[in-house]
Ligand binder design. Structure first.
Ligand code: ADP
Length: 344
């Protein structure tokens, strides 16, 4: 029997597809460090995001394919990830910048941004969260941080919570003081947030945009090199027109829409009854209009609200609750849509 070689292993892995990217793992250059010693094989699979929803499936298929080779007794797979760089982003060590927008306030945009950022960090990604919501900078409260550390070497330092680097427009004004931002002022604050803040190296920077689609939002979308946008909406009909404007804003600025999130989709009672308090179909309709997927339907969950008020996001406070699980699945969908978009 011919002895087993690296080529045999790669040959077997050429038949294993990434179900989302629809190409095999070797062609996608995901296989690294193949080692063969007698009947023992080891290699690394490098995914395009640590939050890959198909991680286990890909690992198992690869393992089965290599084990099926003659002469293989054991396979040791290390799972790694390298988030692809968006080449639009220059002079920053940030790979992808993702904006969370909404047509109006109160739909849960900040709640989604916070839980998305924390869930991505929990998966192993390096994550920053920039709160640009001038009308209601709630991210510090929701993340349980209230001040920035002192500047270091001329660089503004971020606050840090739950493995996420946090910067907020709310840190720049005294609490309770009204925020009257004019276009140029906001523009320079956001530029400073990108250039003078010590973000370190990030896989994802999540930007919580102000709600709405006016000049302020437009100028923000122009100032920040956005890799993708996510629009948060609610199920009821009256949310649709506002949310559709948020979709148009991203499209007009050539920001790829990663998808739509329908928040507060339903309330599930203890006896299992599902109540559609805010109606239904809003998320689906918007996704159709945006020609983008409906990424998640997030339930109304008291724990999501409490997590926000207590500065302890639900994905940390109660990771197995339905609300947290929905947020985690959302983070996986956003991450995989983002890498597909970059690889296009
Ligand atoms: P926005 O950023 O769109 O103005 P917020 O994220 O501040 O909205 O959310 C508004 C309020 O609704 C907050 O009190 C938040 O905790 C609550 N909330 C958001 N999403 C949910 C949800 N799925 N279940 C329960 N409460 C929620």
């Amino acid at each position: 029997m011919p002895s087993l070689t690296k080529e045999h292993v790669l040959g077997a892995l050429r038949k294993v597809m990434d179900p989302e990217l629809n190409k095999d793992l070797v062609t996608l250059k995901m296989i690294k460090d193949v080692q063969v010693q007698d009947s023992q094989v080891a290699f690394t699979i490098e995914l395009t995001t640590p939050a890959c929803p198909l991680k286990e499936q890909i690992k198992q298929s690869a393992e089965a394919a290599v084990l099926a080779l003659d002469g293989v007794e054991s396979v040791d797979i290390t799972m790694g990830a390298q988030v692809p760089q968006d080449t639009k982003i220059k002079d920053l060590s940030i790979k992808n910048i993702i904006a969370i927008g909404s047509g109006k306030g109160g739909v849960g945009k900040s709640t989604i941004a916070v839980n998305l950022a924390v869930a991505l960090a929990q998966s192993g990604a390096k994550v920053g969260l920039m709160d640009a919501d001038i009308y209601g900078p709630n991210v510090p409260t929701m993340m349980g941080v209230d001040a920035l550390p002192p500047t270091k070497d001329g660089k503004i330092q971020t606050a840090e919570a739950y493995g996420v680097k946090v910067m907020s427009i709310g840190f720049m004004v005294a609490p309770g003081q009204p925020l009257i931002w004019r276009g140029p002022m906001l523009h320079s604050a956001i530029k400073q947030f990108l250039q003078d803040v010590d973000w370190g190296e990030l896989d994802y920077l999540i930007v919580d945009l102000p709600p709405g689609t006016g000049d302020v939002q437009l100028s923000l979308v122009q100032t920040v090199p956005l890799s993708g946008g996510v629009v948060v909406t609610m199920p009821q009909r009256v949310s649709f027109d506002d949310a559709a404007r948020a979709v148009s804003m991203f499209k007009k600025m050539d920001v790829p829409i990663l998808g739509v999130v329908e928040n507060m989709s339903y309330l599930k009672l203890e006896d299992g009854t599902v109540m559609r308090i805010f109606g239904e179909g809003g998320g689906q309709d918007l996704a159709r209009t945006a020609v983008a997927p409906l990424l998640a339907e997030i339930p109304i969950d008291e724990k999501i609200r409490a997590g926000g008020d207590q500065g302890n996001p639900v994905v940390v406070a109660d990771p197995e609750s339905p609300g947290a699980q929905a947020m985690r699945r959302l983070a996986e969908s956003v991450a995989s849509r983002m890498s597909m978009e970059i690889r296009k």
